[in-house]
Ligand binder design. Structure first.
Ligand code: 6PG
Length: 480
């Protein structure tokens, strides 16, 4: 029997994608470096659909119908290249190699070019939704050639998450575009989790709300315009009691956040394409600070904790909690606005015609940042490109909400600063918003200083041209 698709790399994500494909009626050829894993998968789930067991990449490739489709699900980086090196001599023109891992988009671009020169398609696919999503329907963000999507697309759409009858999968753009969009998704995911963490810290440290009580607050927030998967699972994590100690689990987890790299890549790429994703970058830095445990302990010894834990008083009652909700919403909106902005900048840089409405639609189900907000974001980016808002914050769907949140947002940031609770994304998002709306920025002085020490020149508000002041001479102005 010839298989519709082959999957190599059967750790949990690969295994779950293979099962998802089989459950949807595709015959799936299975391969793993150690055959024990293949056998374990077949033993546990072999009855879920049609699988073909193979013991080598040669067998895997031989088992596939043409054009062959081979999905690689191995650790990002060198292992992907190693599998490609092994596959290349076995494949024929027109075959499709799919990388569904969290690969860095530049590597995907390089691999795509390499395979294209050999007449093969290389499709970097962003997949979000964790293990559960991979099995039951992830959000899928495929890049690669549009031609490859004609044969691959229907399969991916069938296994993708379903949002009211629409698959959360569509071709987003050539070469590394799929992995880029997934990377930005993860950047937003970082910011989304960080603002949730800041809300949690503020409510704990200032309003004295214990985790279980906060669980209820988040549950309630999940019925508002904040409704999203991350808010929903925050309630569950906060309410969870540790089996060993009977304390809230969140209190016994070490407060040092890990990171596999996608958030960092987002920040680096944003710097390279010149897009100010302050909320995302601050979230990455917040994780870095959290992991500097020795330095934190030392600083805590020298200065002590800046927060007076007995601060909870009537100043921080239910109204403060509602303020925090609004600050969270506004900051979250900034994170999405920045993520979307950087997609536009990257599209120009890498030649992708990214459709922000379609991208928002992909994130409505299956992925980690799925949120009701995305429906509204889609509306904001609906229509002729010349009429779309320059930034999500300017979309009429959000201007009123932002105006309504603003006083609360300012109060929360002020309270955090006054009482020593770090709220880097709440505050940097507010600064981003204030910077964008400001009539004049102190960048004029920066330009003056640059001109002073480095003759870097400046432009004037009143006359066209480029100018330099002779700072070490008579201080007259010359046209540069
Ligand atoms: C997803 C997740 C997934 C994973 C990331 C996050 O969309 O399913 O984003 O890709 O959880 O690897 O990793 P870190 O938080 O470890 O960077």
């Amino acid at each position: 029997m010839s298989a519709d698709i082959g999957v190599t790399g059967l750790a949990v994500m690969g295994a779950n994608l293979a099962r998802n494909l089989a459950r949807n009626g595709y015959t799936v050829s299975l391969h793993n470096r150690s055959v024990e894993r293949t056998d374990a998968l077949l033993e546990a789930h072999g009855s879920e659909g049609e699988f073909v067991r193979t013991e080598s990449l040669v067998q895997l490739v031989e088992s596939l119908e043409r054009p062959r489709r081979v999905l690689i699900m191995v650790k990002a980086g060198a292992p992907v290249d190693a599998v490609i090196d092994d596959l290349l001599p076995l494949l024929d023109e027109g075959d499709i190699v799919i990388d569904a891992g969290n690969s860095f988009f530049e590597e995907t671009r390089r691999r795509e070019e390499r395979l294209r020169e050999k007449g093969l398609h290389f499709v970097g696919v962003g997949v979000s939704g964790g293990e559960e999503g991979a099995l039951n329907g992830p959000s899928i963000m495929p890049g690669g050639s549009e031609e490859s999507y004609r044969t691959l697309g229907p399969m991916l759409e069938k296994i993708a998450a379903d949002y009211h009858g629409e698959p959360c999968c569509t071709w987003v753009g050539t070469d590394g575009a799929g992995h880029y969009v997934k990377m930005v998704h993860n950047g937003i995911e970082y910011a989304d989790m960080q603002v949730i963490g800041e809300a949690h810290d503020l409510m704990r440290s200032l309003a004295g709300l214990e985790p279980a009580a906060q669980g209820e607050v988040f549950r309630e927030w999940n019925t508002t315009d904040l409704a999203s998967y991350l808010i929903e699972i925050t309630a569950e994590v906060l309410e969870h009691e540790d089996e060993r100690t009977g304390r809230p689990l969140v209190d016994v987890i070490v407060d040092s956040a890990g990171q596999k790299g996608t958030g960092r890549w987002t920040a680096i790429s944003a710097l390279e394409v010149g897009s100010p994703v302050t909320a995302i970058a601050e979230s990455v830095f917040a994780r870095s600070i959290s992991s500097q445990r020795e330095l934190r302990a030392e600083t805590n010894r020298v200065f002590s904790d800046g927060v007076d834990s007995t601060a909870a008083d009537e100043e921080f009652g239910p109204e403060f909690v509602e303020d925090v909700r609004k600050a969270l919403y506004a900051s979250k909106l900034v994170a999405y606005a920045q993520g979307m902005d950087m997609l536009v900048a990257a599209g120009e840089e890498f030649g992708w015609d990214l459709d922000l409405k379609e991208i928002a639609s992909l994130w409505r189900a299956g992925c980690i940042i799925r949120a009701d907000l995305l429906d509204t974001i889609m509306k904001a980016f609906d229509g002729e490109s010349s009429r779309l808002p320059k930034n999500l914050l300017l979309a009429e769907e959000f201007t009123e909400a932002l105006n309504e949140c603003l006083p609360a947002w300012r109060r929360v940031v002020a309270a955090a600063a006054e009482h020593g609770v770090p709220a880097p994304v709440f505050s940097s998002s507010l600064a981003y918003y204030d910077s964008l709306r400001r009539d004049r920025l102190p960048a004029a002085l920066t330009q003056g200083l640059r001109d002073y020490f480095g003759a870097h020149t400046y432009q004037r508000t009143d006359v066209e041209g480029t100018f330099h002041t002779l700072w070490s001479g008579d201080r007259g102005e010359v046209e540069a």
